[in-house]
Design a protein around this ligand. Sequence first.
Ligand code: ME8
Length: 680
Amino acid sequence: MLNAARAMSRFYVTTPIYYVNDVPHLGNAYSTIVADALRRYHLLRGDATRMLTGTDEHGLKVEREAQERGMTPSAFVEQMSATFRAAWPKLEIGADDFIRTTEARHELGAQAIWEEIARRNPGDIYLGSYEDWYCVGCEEFKTEKDLVQPGNLCAIHRRPVERLKEDTYFFRLSRYTEPLLALYRQRPELIQPESRRNEVISFVSTGLRDLSISRTKLTWGIPVPGDPKHVMYVWFDALANYWTALQGSEAAKAFWGEGSRVVHVVGKDILRFHAVYWPAVLMSAGLRLPSTVYAHGFLTFNGHKMSKSLRNSVDPLGIAQAFGQIVGGDAGGADVLRYQLLRAIAFGQDGDFDLAAMVERYNADLGKNLGNLLARTLGLCVKMTAARVPPAGEATALEHELYAAIEGHWREAALAWDRIEPHRALERVWAIASAANQYVDRAAPWAEDKKGHRGRVETILNTLLSVLGALSVAIWPVLPAKSDEMRRQLGLAPVRPEEGKDWFAPGVGTRTGGEALAPGTPLFPTVDEAGTKALLELLTPRVDGAPAPATGPASSTSASTSASPTVSTSTSTIAYEQFGLVDLRVGVVRTAERVPKKDKLLKLAVDVGEATPRTIVAGLALSFAPEALVGRRVVVVANLAPREFGKGLVSRGMLLATGPSDKLTLATVEGDVEPGAKLT
Ligand code: ME8
């Protein structure tokens, strides 16, 4: 019943390597889950498959974040990279390799690419000097037209850019304007989706400027071969990861060889780096190019923007854990999150991740459709076939019709996966479940049973079990834990793609008869209204935008004493008037210094729009170097009674923050808001 055999091949899929300036958020999880689903689909096809993810650990952004936390860059990246590495398996992501850009294998690889360019095309890397605006959030130089006025703000991060001037090596990108345009013409599948491809073409058509690819003001980077005063520009180093990660063995190298399909999954924010700079670097180094750079859209969370730099991120593990409590385990919870991300958002387009919509879709697609199909089929088998797979009898028009419908959906699902359209693939797979549910209603095995039509009952139930067997394979790329559970109930071993067979081959689900079934608890128990309310409350973001932990009450710490930023899990409530008594203001830190003999305290001068800045004493010293706070926008409780810290040191306000005292994150506001602005 499945689509025709297709040539087996190599498939190499990568995610962006994430900056370690914060913990993984839902946006990072999205790209990584998509890549993992593609990996799993290709494994099912019997393709030699490899997935790479990792962490991007150099650059000014990471160096500064480490400084803010009072850590050395290497201790900081070690700790943060481990957080990423540990997060992905919890979302059922099974990358084959995890690269860190501070690893020797990467440093050597990036230097090898640099040297290869210099050797093959001596003019492609040259020394010059450079002065322009630089956004640390983007790790990128900006031209005047990229800035938002007033205040010289980066359009993406809404933070002031900085003026940087330094000696630098350039990559002669200008020489690649025409070759790149020719490449985009010859290889339309290189940049996807098409709308993004058009954007890239129009950007390159205006002519490319040479690219600054080294820094001297920074030490936290990979030394430039032959000139160690310079370290490589973080993006030159980072892009190389896709290639450097494969250099360890011949088997791995083959994934960058001819006949391998190389797919970079990236967000639209970093398309230019992947579709312009990276191909030009590869051309210059004489290396093969990726097959496809797929730039997906950006997610908002419940309608709000999220990103690490904006400190308004969302914890994917918390969401998976919360759903895990409903579906009987964190792995199942991760499946539900994976399904929602891949099904609800048309891949390639921007989309909103809405928790209420997630619960709704969970109940409808997972519970009422697939879950119910399994439960009712197994229920009928318990009653009518002693919980065993019955033999298949002669098919009637009803079965032929069902199989014809399924074949069409299946072929479409495979094509959609091949075209990197997970939402369409899932739509087709769920159309199969719907068709099977309709088939049960029409075939009415209970009526056949009453009439004593034993052969019909067996044929119908065998057909349903075969379709369910096939569905348990088809959901595996997105819901691997639930696929295992479904197969257990169906009396089948887990999908084992490492056996190398094509699981999408015809007849994958077909049951021969006799095997024992093992009906269990519902795969996707319904979440009722009260359950929905409890879930939404548990996952409602806190002040800094991160969801409360999935278990227990949200923990929170304020910078000085006890104000709790938690909004959702508190059981007692206060009246509006009571909240109105708290005067919250935007402040800008003007100066910061340590308080002698008090190793936890910093004395700050905070501008809250008054004639002179206020003195605020806060317990921030274990988390921030004083100089790292200067210029930061903070949230100040401005009408707190003054508090003495001894010897004439009086604090006139409090800052809001969250986290343990040695890893505090300050509450802040987006954009260039004036000091003194009231928070309401
Ligand atoms: O840019 N919606 O790392 P990064 C969807 N280190 N995806 C999102 C998202 C959102 N709101 N926010 C982030 C870097 N992402 C570089 C990459 S690669 C050689 C170097 C995802 O930690 C999306 O994939 O800022 C985006 O491209 C990536 O996270 C940026 O991650």
